[in-house]
Design a protein around this ligand. Structure first.
Ligand SMILES: [Fe+2]
Ligand SMILES: [Fe+2]
Length: 310
């Protein structure tokens, strides 16, 4: 017998499935559409690259920085989507013989994350065709995924909700009037956000469901694990800020002394922390969901950990 449980949660899963089907897209036919990147356009908007922080760079050099950050954007998302997809597949087991709308929603979620990883691999390759050689992204997605999945489900879901909500902030930045932003990259933000907005709904449903299954002590430990995961993300960002500053210095066709390279590295790190940590941590819906699950003291532990990453 197939049991379709008619609860408000079930309807939310069902609505998410319908919405996902309505916005469905394909990498080549809808996003790429035979286009190529060119170096006359910025790939990431100023609101994400924090271009004003790169105070020693010329206008053209800031544009180059946005292109480097665009390539790193593709790589970071490709990386986080590896563990997100594995966690979603694991969570789907809770619905195998239960709410079939929830199961369909999570299977669709997983399918979309596989497609997103394909999109971001494609974007990385396409940017590599127009930028100078020497770019590096040496962080292995599977190694990171194994480490992340070693933490509790509560912590991984909280981080995932954070990530999937900040894609909305990133999309909004990308449609802010900037005539020099790559149309192709704008479409990457648009199409990715269309599906991510559904993922964020599912993350919230799964987090709230799972939250009801953990004890206060388990949740307290999970808050610390969430902080540890954010610190691990920051470690990745520090590694990549160093790599991207070194790549810029090696390919910008003018001398960059050690002091300026350190300034550029600090600006990359500030931009990456904004993109991948603070734009999510300050996202009003994320704050609302998380504070609804934790105590005031736990919230303060999270806030003071975030405050060290400025
Ligand atoms: Fe995604
Ligand atoms: Fe997602």
């Amino acid at each position: 017998m197939t049991a379709i449980v008619t609860l408000p949660e079930s309807q939310r899963y069902a609505r998410s499935v319908e919405a996902s089907k309505r916005v469905h897209w394909e990498v080549e036919a809808d996003v790429i559409r035979g286009r190529r990147f060119d170096t006359y356009h910025k790939f990431l908007p100023d609101g994400l690259t924090l271009s004003h922080e790169f105070s020693t760079l010329s206008h053209a050099e800031k544009r180059f920085v946005s292109q480097i950050q665009g390539r790193t954007y593709a790589n970071v998302f490709g990386l986080v989507e590896r563990f997100i997809n594995a966690k979603v597949l694991e969570l789907s087991a809770a619905h195998w013989f239960g709410d079939q709308h929830a199961l369909e929603a999570l299977v669709g979620f997983s399918d979309q994350e596989l497609k997103h990883q394909e999109l971001f691999r494609r974007i990385d390759t396409m940017i590599g065709e127009v930028l100078p050689p020497g770019y590096r992204f040496d962080i292995d997605a599977n190694t990171v995924a194994y480490a992340v999945l070693g933490k509790s489900t509560w912590a991984v879901l909280a981080l995932t909700l954070d990530i999937e909500l900040f894609t909305q902030t990133h999309y909004l930045e990308s449609i802010d009037h900037d005539a020099n932003l790559s149309e192709l990259f704008k479409d990457v933000f648009l199409f990715h956000w269309k599906e991510e907005s559904q993922h964020a709904i599912l993350d919230e449903l799964e987090l709230v469901r799972h939250n009801g299954e953990v004890t206060d002590a388990q949740r307290d430990r999970a808050v610390d694990e969430f902080i540890e995961l954010v610190a691990a993300v920051d470690g990745i960002l520090q590694t990549q800020a160093k790599a991207d500053a070194a790549y810029f210095a090696a390919t910008c066709r003018r001398p960059v002394d050690d002091a300026e390279r350190r300034d550029i590295e600090a600006a990359f790190l500030k931009a990456y922390r904004w993109q991948y940590i603070h734009s999510g941590a300050r996202q009003p819906h994320f704050v609302k969901v998380l504070t609804g699950l934790i105590t005031h003291a736990q919230g303060e532990r999270i806030q003071s950990a975030l405050a060290t990453l400025q």
